[in-house]
Design a protein around this ligand. Sequence first.
Ligand SMILES: [Fe+2]
Ligand SMILES: [Zn+2]
Length: 324
Amino acid sequence: MSLNSSAHLRLVHPPQLDDDARWAAVERRDAAVDGAFWSCVKTTGVYCLPSCSGRPKRENVIFVSTRAEAEAAGFRPCKRCRPERFVSGALQDRIEEIDWTRAHDALNAQGWAPLGRLLSDEDCSALIAGYEEDARYRSTVIMRRHGFGEGEYRYFTDPAPDLVSTLRARLYEKLAPVANEWRMTLKQKRDAYPAKLSAYRKRCAMAGQKRPTPLILKYGPGDYNRLHQDLYGGEVFPLQVAIVLSQPGRDFFGGEFVMTEQAPRRQSRAMVAPLEKGSAIAFAVNERPVECAHGTYRVKMRHGVSEIRDGARYCLGVIFHDAL
Ligand SMILES: [Fe+2]
Ligand SMILES: [Zn+2]
C-alpha cells in the first residue's frame, strides 16, 4: 500500500519559498504548493491553504510553515479551504507535525486528545478495500458472539501493512512519555515504558502477549460497540489511537465515538469526540490520573460506538500492547 497519493508526493520535500513567492502563490491560488506553507489572515483570525478562494489583502497576511504555528498564534482553520483536512507528505512527517504539547495537555486534562487528520482519502480507501483480503488478518471477530455489540473486526497479522506498522511505531514514541508520566503519578509498580515500540513488544512477548492487536472495525446499519476497555493481559500500555476511515454525515450516520469516565464515588461522565474521515484520536485505555487539591486520584475510562443509523463505518484501531 502506498503511503501517499501521487498528487502529494512532490511535497515530501516542500519547496522553500520566501514571502514574496508565497504571496505570488496565494494570488494565483496555487494548489501545487498547498501544504508547503499556510497563510494567516489577521483581520479574520483564520489560516488558509495557498489555494483558498478567499481574497485577503497583503498587509493582513502572515505566513507560517506549519499548522501548529498558526494554531499556537491563535488562528482557526478557514471554513472555506478547510486547511485542517489537508494531508500531504510522508506519514512520519504528518505525525511530527502534530502539536504534541497540546495533545499531552489534553490527555492529562480529559483523557483523550484529537490528533487531527493523519490519513489521506487514498489511505482510508486502501485500508477499507483491504478489509476483504483474508491474508492480511490473523483473526476475525463477530461481535455478537461475544456480547461485545453488533459488527465485526479483524486483527492484522504480523507484520501489518506498512501504513499500520508506521503509525503504530511512530505514535508509540510520541505517547510513551505520557504513559510514563501516568505510571509515575499513579505509582504503578510496572517498569518504565521503553522509548521504542520494538522494545516494548519484546516485553509484551515475555509476558506471553505475542499476538498483534492493530485492527479494523466494520459497522453497518444497527451496529454498535458496547463500552469497553481493550485489555489483553497484564501488560498494558495506557493509551491507544483510533482513526475513523469513513466520513460521518456522508458515508455513515450516527456511529459516534463515545467515552465514559468513572471517578471514585461519582456517576459516570460521557464524552463524545468529534471525528472526521482520516482524523485520529488518542485516548486512555483504562485508567488515568486526575490531579486535585488533595493529591491524585484515578478515573476509569471506557469507550464504545453509538448505533450506526445508516451507511458503513470503518475504523482503524491502534493498540500498543499485544494480546495473549
Ligand atoms: Fe476498543
Ligand atoms: Zn481559506
